[in-house]
Design a protein around this ligand. Structure first.
Ligand code: HEM
Length: 408
């Protein structure tokens, strides 16, 4: 029914910041998939919600990121001069080949399946330390006291950020989350995001200085050396991509653990299955990624005219790929709204696809697997306090909880 024009109805079919969408996007996604799967939003972009279309767009070389063109067309050329957008413009996530290939090539070795499997014992230790601290208390905020500690510690250790300096720039990362949402920021939000990025950039530039004088066995030292060689990495690219690794390396995984635990507690039969059979946990992580992904959206720009699911998308048009909607497409999964930790052949699009497929996917999977398996084993009587109406962050692309209080 692509000919229909539901966006002219009083209620827009897709409003990325509506509180109902943030609370529970899945009924909205169903309407989009059924009524207008390649929807032309009045906000000036296409919204693709079917699994087959999203998977195809992500892999199609006729689509790219076209960062500068995209931001200028969507928000105005002047936005590219804002510090936050300038820094983001150097992220590998925003690049097309050959720049993307060069930047990603500098860090892939640290994220291979083998390299992250070697980190499993350390990941287990971090999880156990976090639980040792809270178990005697009889309660915790799952997000702040547990989910947050694991990925932040792992990525900070990978980047060689000393422990006592880590809190210096956490707030900066939080202030930048809204930058990814597909709607313009208010002046105040933009100022906060600029400020947050600046705090991180200043910190990392000091860290680079330190690592030049005192090299370590970490990713930052490796990248600083690449920058010193001249042709591999500019100083702006160095700063921007360490900020990207830091942000992408924790925010998303915190939310996978938080959303995952919430989903399991809302579906007690599935939680019981996992408790009875811990070997199901690795498969359960894939299902949890599918069921309520911590990244809901990524985007591509058509580099030439392309037909997507029967709709012609002109060169220069932006297509939002609704990963969360694709993951619940009944054409890809039977009974997609049912959480089933024994489901087989789950290949969620939560990590994106094509050349930008998430660099940290395997790391995130292992972190979530160890975190969930350990909390189920060590805190079997854990109860969540706000299952029905939990406190979601007001961001759409990054889906996660502000807090998730628990008792035992
Ligand atoms: C890219 C999701 C964890 C680093 C991406 C993309 C998605 C994603 C959707 C964009 C793909 C695209 O545009 O096609 C997730 C989810 C995570 C997670 C759901 C956790 C549950 C991590 C971790 C790291 C990481 C732990 C580690 C540092 C990156 C980087 C990119 C990326 C560097 C850019 C890759 C590129 O452009 O080539 N991720 N991510 N992510 N992710 Fe993740």
């Amino acid at each position: 029914m692509n000919g229909q024009s539901p966006s002219t109805a009083a209620e827009p079919l897709f409003n990325p910041l509506s509180p109902e969408l943030i609370r529970d996007p899945y009924p909205f996604y169903r309407r989009l998939r059924e009524l207008d799967p390649v929807h032309r939003s009045p906000l000036g972009f296409y919204v693709s919600s079917r699994h087959a279309d999203v998977a195809a767009v992500l892999r199609d070389k006729r689509f790219g990121k076209d960062y500068a063109g995209r931001i200028a067309r969507r928000f105005g050329e002047q936005m590219l001069d804002e510090p936050a957008y300038r820094i983001m413009g150097h992220w590998m996530l925003q690049q097309d080949p050959p720049v993307h290939t060069r930047l990603r090539g500098l860090v892939t070795k640290a994220f291979t399946a083998r390299a992250v499997e070697d980190m499993r014992p350390r990941i287990q230790q971090i999880v156990d330390d976090a639980l040792d601290r809270v178990i005697p208390e009889g309660g915790m905020d799952v997000i702040e006291d547990f989910a947050f500690r694991l990925p932040i510690t792992v990525i900070c250790e990978m980047l060689g950020i000393p422990e006592d300096e880590r809190s210096l720039f956490f707030a900066g990362a939080r202030a930048s989350g809204r930058l990814l949402d597909p709607v313009p920021l208010s002046r105040q939000e933009l100022d906060e995001a600029n400020g947050g990025m600046k705090v991180m950039a200043d910190y990392f530039e000091r860290l680079f200085e330190f690592r030049r004088r005192s090299p370590g066995d970490d990713l930052t030292t490796h990248l600083v050396h690449a920058e010193e060689e001249g042709s591999k990495l500019s100083s702006e690219e160095l700063t921007a991509n360490v900020i990207l690794l830091f942000g992408a390396g924790h925010e998303t995984t915190v939310n996978l653990i938080g959303n995952g635990l919430l989903a399991l507690h809302r579906n007690r039969d599935q939680l019981d299955k996992l408790e009875a059979e811990p070997s199901l946990v690795a498969g359960a992580v894939e299902e949890l990624l599918r069921y309520d992904s911590s990244v809901q959206v990524t985007g591509r720009v058509a580099l030439e005219d392309v037909t997507v699911g029967g709709t012609e998308v002109k060169a220069g048009e932006n297509v939002l790929c609704l990963l969360g909607a694709a993951n619940r497409d009944p054409d890809a999964y039977a009974e997609p709204d049912r959480l089933d930790v024994t489901r087989t052949n789950v290949r969620p699009l939560s990590f994106g696809g094509g050349i930008h497929f998430c660099l940290g996917a395997q790391l995130a999977r292992i972190e979530a697997e160890v975190a969930l398996a350990t909390v189920l084993r060590r805190v079997p009587d854990l109860e969540l306090e706000s299952i029905d109406n939990p406190d979601w962050r007001p961001t759409f692309v990054l889906r996660g909880l502000k807090t998730l209080p628990a008792r035992w």
